[in-house]
Design a protein around this ligand. Structure first.
Ligand code: HEC
Ligand code: HEC
Length: 179
């Protein structure tokens, strides 16, 4: 019988746990009716920028998906962070007074190499996502649907999640799924 030692895997557990969650947005198929606000956001052009949208103001020519690691880091720090910070603070100054990269990425962001979703924030159900979230906290959910998701999608050059095509940027790009 071989006595080859099995190397410890503890240090890799967070990676292993983080990886399968990336598939969540594709599996997520919440009922279309519940995502009407998201669809309404899509209706004005599926990612087309409007002329007076401040988010687009400093846009570089390089789309998020084509950015190098260093360019992504800069974009997060210089564009995403200040804009999202003011949005969160405008929504609830006292709750988000300490808004940081970690608010979205968690305290172990460096350990997981900034991979999203963040498995330490509130887990959402795959079915009836927005409705369930609203039952949990209506005010925050409306902010997530109307501000956070479309703003972030725009900053990442992605369309907002479309339940019909099951593609685009949505809740499960940041939140883990329940169960
Ligand atoms: C409002 C939420 C939010 C904040 C705040 C935020 N990020 Fe991000 N970040 C994201 C999301 C969502 C993604 C994943 C984008 C995607 O799906 O490609 C991401 C991706 C990244 C990536 C690329 C990871 C990869 O796999 O390519 C880096 C690096 C990063 N963030 C760094 C930072 C840093 C540094 C800060 C603070 C200065 C920050 N982020 C603040 C939401 C946020
Ligand atoms: C860009 C990343 C991002 C996206 C996209 C996003 N959220 Fe969030 N969400 C957050 C962050 C960050 C918090 C605050 C976590 C905290 O309390 O520290 C949050 C908080 C919440 C909360 C409150 C949880 C609590 O612990 O009180 C709910 C509910 C919620 N989100 C629902 C949603 C829904 C539904 C969607 C999709 C329509 C969505 N979120 C999209 C990042 C995101």
């Amino acid at each position: 019988m071989s006595t080859m030692p099995i190397p410890p895997v503890d240090g890799r557990i967070s990676w292993l746990r983080a990886a399968p969650l990336r598939a969540a947005p594709l599996r997520a198929a919440p009922r279309a009716a519940l995502l009407l606000p998201l669809l309404a956001a899509l209706a004005c052009g599926g990612g087309t920028k409007t002329a007076n949208d401040p988010v687009s103001a400093d846009k570089t020519e390089i789309a998020w998906k084509d950015k190098t690691r260093a360019q992504r880091m800069d974009w997060m720090g210089l564009q995403v962070f200040p804009r999202m910070k003011s949005a969160f603070k405008e929504f609830d100054e006292s709750r988000f007074s300490g808004f940081a990269c970690q608010t979205c990425h968690s305290d172990k962001m460096e350990m997981v190499d900034f991979r999203m979703p963040n498995d330490t924030i509130y887990a959402l159900p795959l079915e009836n996502t927005v409705q369930s979230a609203r039952e949990y906290d209506e005010k925050v959910t409306d902010f997530m649907v109307n501000v956070v998701t479309p703003k972030m999608a725009e900053l990442l050059d992605m369309p907002v999640y479309n339940p019909e095509t099951k593609s685009g940027f949505g809740c499960f790009n940041c939140h883990p799924s329940e169960g």
